[in-house]
Design a protein. Structure first.
Lengths: 577, 361
């Protein structure tokens, strides 16, 4: 199909191939988005009215836009994300500088453990911080009270959401700025020092302005991720009556009767904001970069901080304690303690207070095991379908001259700008009104995940396909092999590590996904993330903590496997949020 | 005010292996341009960076003017910003987010100058490097040569005591390099600056330097005026690095002052300048530059008959491969005519002053 030299039926085959891929993409991506748009422009309920009795008008969307509640909620979302982003930039930039440009001890370890927050599902982070920081029963406040301190913290607040957002999404800013710092010619900074500037002045007049594109890029990306997150604002915002776009969309669909069209309209607003930010980010990334001026290998340069290096080490340790150690301890204590009430410090270390009680209760509920099995099933289906489709798309984009491959590339990238929750609402609109019972099966979850993570897997696979020299394929053609035979005998074996890594990545992303599952699960297709939310909303903190730990262990093992299979491909876990 | 630079016993050992700079001592007088010359990895750039303060020496002292700026034995290390030196980097290191004027004005920002005075100095520096009409351009719109001149203006605008240049021309194309090479010396001399210049290009070193220091494996082998380095190389490495490409093995038979009689293979004898305290009977290597072999019978001393193995036309000169004393040596004759076809015999003459004997390696 791809070999342009063969005329006639070869050309026809190429057209048929492109048409097939575009049809699949239309089914997975374009159709649901169009249905979401349709939902935005109507006020009927697809479940009761079906699609036929739908009357279209701008009225619904206009009403949503005029709704003062929506204004407040949009304001909350923007405030939480802006605050969280500002905090993330401060932390991320600081750590990038520490790791790349100073002689802080153990900076390799700091860099590695600093990425851990990316792998924590947002709902688990939210649960852990509610155990730590709830105003009345939070562990931190219990300790403050025991220590005789008057002051209390309250994470059930806008400040709490901003704090947790900033802490957990700082690694995005770190990733972008650290690599920009590494690629920067150190003599640009040395020139400033020779010119008489001190380290701080050099940092603010030369270093930071030079990596500004990377800072802005990391900022926009972390803003977009925060905007699409459900778990953290759901846990920390709900008790204080703080709604953001994501929690509001879900609330709309769980009212009786569900307000599907309003949910679609709000989801559409969320998609618009995300789309604009993603577009800006792509512009910044593709724009002229200052940092690779000389284009040669640079000798590493570490600022000698002298005794100050222990201060930077201390700050790094504080960050790691806050973001890794404390939440883990909170989950462990909550999951293994018979009663979460802690009278004094001695009781915290009293072995009699601990048992496997909550784990027994967790697994006594058949819904727990069912949700784990369902999740694994969805994960495997997603990985298989997504892996095959991504390979086909990646190969077509990179190696073939098939017609319309620019369009295929573009459509497969579109989901980058669609938060998981919006995909969920779009798939709900696309299938709930159709007979045949597709809605409510495990397949709709899998297809939604395939669509949602298509950009990540296509990108990961393209990278490994690009590393296979074109001449290896051409040699097989010269030997008389056809295109399909060449793919099977040359490309697939050579690309196998990349394909396996992409599929494992997809599996990990699928089993931790909450946003899109919220709208697509049914009682028989409950997945782990949704079940966890159910336990949390049921009010049993200890069982919730126990299940969180179970999920963290499963994820940890899988991510370990992914990393073994391909160093670096796990970076894609990032966007999942 | 430009000051002199005094380096004494400088050592720099990186984490691994041999010292990058090993016991280097020399002085640059006020207003003088000294060039450090050597192959890559010889320690010349590390020496320069130690003077700038960008690298921390392991031992030795560095003095700029009256001020001791580096003495690790006594824990003294003045940071780069307080040394009042200017530096031009190999990669230019002009800041791409600023205009030409912003780049050049940057070092003046915190020096307590009035705005008008700073502007006057920036204009003066830009005039000196002939970039006045580009002042408001973003530097990324400039050519490589113009960026290099911005870097030069920036390093001189605050009248530093000492100017350091780290292979400033190596990223430029050949023609531009020739032009800037001459400009550079003129500009530095016009500003009356003391300069330390690092390069691996012998021609650059000869044209730019008042004195040249040749370095190898962290050691300073010779520091002298260009014509002395070229006519009296201190050792075999200096001779070969500066272009002596013919080597003949022999044994020193007798010695008369600076000169000696060397016996070559095949029974030839040659009069040669003996560099070190060579005793008769030692095995030596003779180093001869191809340009110094004269294809005519000018003198009775060091006159030989040789067979032309091949001749290669190189435009304004011709290279001849000649069989002599059991080996092949190369000679260059200037002019656009080829005079000696392969297979003929020529008479050649090598003046003893340009025939250098060193202990055999």
């Amino acid at each position: 199909m791809a070999a342009g030299a063969r005329a006639g039926n070869g050309r026809l085959g190429a057209w048929a191939w492109s048409a097939l891929l575009l049809a699949i993409l239309a089914f997975l991506v374009i159709y649901p988005v169009l249905m979401l748009l349709l939902g935005t422009l109507t006020d009927s309920n697809p479940v009761t009215d079906g699609y036929a009795g739908m009357h279209l008008s701008l009225g619904n969307f206009a009403a949503v836009l005029a709704n003062p509640n929506v204004h407040d909620i949009l304001g909350n979302s923007l405030l939480a994300c802006a605050g969280g982003t500002a905090f993330a930039v401060v932390i991320g930039l600081f750590f990038a500088w520490i790791v790349v440009r100073t002689n802080t001890p153990w900076k390799g370890l700091i860099a590695a453990t600093g990425m851990l927050p990316l792998f924590v599902p947002p709902l688990v982070a939210g649960v852990a911080w509610s155990i730590l920081g709830s105003p009345k029963t939070g562990l931190i406040n219990t300790f403050l009270a025991r220590a005789g301190v008057e002051w209390r913290i309250n994470l059930y607040s806008m400040a709490g959401i901003i704090f947790v957002f900033g802490m957990y999404y700082a690694p995005y800013v770190y990733m972008f700025t650290a690599s920009a710092l590494r690629n920067m010619d150190p003599s640009l900074e040395e020139a400033a020092e020779i010119s008489g500037a001190g380290p701080v002045r050099t940092l603010f007049t030369v270093t930071f302005p030079l990596i500004l594109p990377a800072i802005i890029s990391g900022m926009l990306l972390s803003f977009v991720v925060m905007l699409g997150i459900y778990g953290i604002p759901a846990v920390l915002g709900a008790p204080a009556n703080i709604s953001v776009l994501t929690t509001y969309i879900f609330a709309l669909t769980s009212w009786a009767p569900p307000r599907y069209s309003t949910a679609a309209a709000v989801a559409f607003i969320l998609m618009l904001v995300t789309g604009v930010l993603v577009y800006l980010q792509q512009r910044v990334v593709s724009g002229r970069s200052f940092t690779t001026v000389a284009g040669k290998a640079f000798r590493p340069r570490a600022l000698n901080l002298g005794p100050w290096r222990f201060l930077t080490l201390g700050l790094a340790i504080i960050y790691l304690v806050i973001v890794v150690v404390l939440p883990t301890l909170a989950l462990l204590v909550a999951a293994f303690r018979k009663f979460l009430f802690i009278r004094d410090i001695a009781s915290l270390f009293d072995a009699k207070q601990y048992s496997l009680l909550h784990f027994e209760r967790l697994f006594a509920n058949p819904a727990t095991i069912d949700s784990i099995i369902n999740t694994m099933e969805v994960g495997v289906i997603t990985a298989l379908i997504g892996g095959v489709l991504s390979f086909a798309i990646g190969y077509t984009i990179i190696r073939s001259d098939a017609p319309g491959r620019r369009l295929i590339d573009l459509v497969s990238t579109v989901p980058v700008a669609i938060p998981g929750l919006v995909i969920g609402v779009a798939y709900l609109w696309a299938w709930i009104g159709l007979p045949g019972g597709f809605y409510g099966t495990i397949w709709i979850l899998a297809l939604a995940f395939v669509a949602r993570f298509l950009p990540d897997t296509v990108k990961a696979l393209s990278t490994s396909l690009m590393q296979i020299h074109r001449e290896l394929e051409e040699a097989a053609w010269i030997c008389g092999r056809g295109t399909l035979s060449t793919i099977a005998t040359i490309m697939l074996p050579l690309a196998r590590p990349g394909v396996v890594a992409a599929m494992t990545l997809l599996f990990v992303l699928a089993i931790r996904e909450l946003g899109s599952s919220l709208f697509l699960y049914s009682s028989s297709t409950m997945v782990m993330a949704v079940q966890l939310l159910g336990y949390y909303e049921g009010g049993n903190v200890s069982v919730t903590a126990a299940f969180s730990l179970v999920q963290m262990v499963i994820l940890g093992v899988l991510i370990g496997v992914t990393n073994r299979l391909s160093q670096g491909a796990a970076g894609g876990v990032g966007r999942a949020g | 005010m430009s000051a002199n630079l005094e380096i004494s016993g400088l050592r720099k050992v990186f984490h691994t292996g041999k010292p990058a700079v090993d016991d280097v001592s020399f002085t640059v007088e006020a207003g003088e341009i000294v060039v450090l010359l050597g192959p890559s990895g010889c320690g010349k750039t590390t020496t320069l960076r130690c003077v700038a303060g960008l690298e921390h020496p392991t031992g030795g002292t560095i003095r700029i003017g009256d001020a001791l700026v580096s003495d690790p034995a006594h824990g003294l290390l003045v940071p780069p910003r307080a040394r009042n030196v200017g530096m031009v980097f190999q990669s230019y290191a002009v800041w791409p987010h600023m205009t030409v004027r912003q780049n050049v004005a940057y070092p003046l920002k915190h020096r307590g100058l009035s705005g008008a005075e700073a502007a006057r100095k920036v204009d003066g520096a830009l005039d000196l490097v002939d970039l006045a009409q580009y002042a408001e351009r973003p530097v990324v719109q400039l050519s490589g040569g113009q960026m290099q001149r911005v870097a030069l203006a920036r390093s001189m605008v605050y009248e530093p005591r000492l100017l350091l240049l780290d292979e400033p021309l190596s990223n430029l194309d050949a023609q531009l390099r020739l032009r800037l090479r001459d400009d550079l010396r003129r500009i530095i001399k016009a500003a009356g600056l003391t300069a330390l210049y690092v390069t691996h290009d012998q021609l650059e070193a000869v044209v730019l330097g008042d004195r040249i220091g040749v370095m190898q494996q962290g050691r300073l082998l010779q520091m002298a005026a260009p014509e002395e380095v070229y006519n009296r190389p201190a050792d075999l490495f200096v001779a070969s690095f500066t272009g002596a490409s013919n080597f003949l093995p022999g044994v020193l038979r007798t010695r008369q002052g600076e000169f000696g009689t060397i016996e070559l293979a095949g029974g030839h004898t040659m009069q040669a300048w003996c560099a070190a305290a060579l005793a008769p009977g030692t095995a030596v290597t003779l180093a001869i530059r191809p340009e110094n072999i004269r294809l005519e019978a000018a003198s009775a001393v060091n006159r030989f008959e040789a067979m032309v193995v091949s001749q290669r036309f190189q435009g304004v000169q011709t290279a001849y491969a000649l069989g002599l004393a059991g080996t092949t040596i190369e000679a260059l004759a200037t002019g656009t005519t080829m005079r000696h076809p392969a297979g003929t015999t020529v008479t050649l003459n090598i003046p003893p002053e340009v025939c250098w004997a060193y202990p055999a390696p």
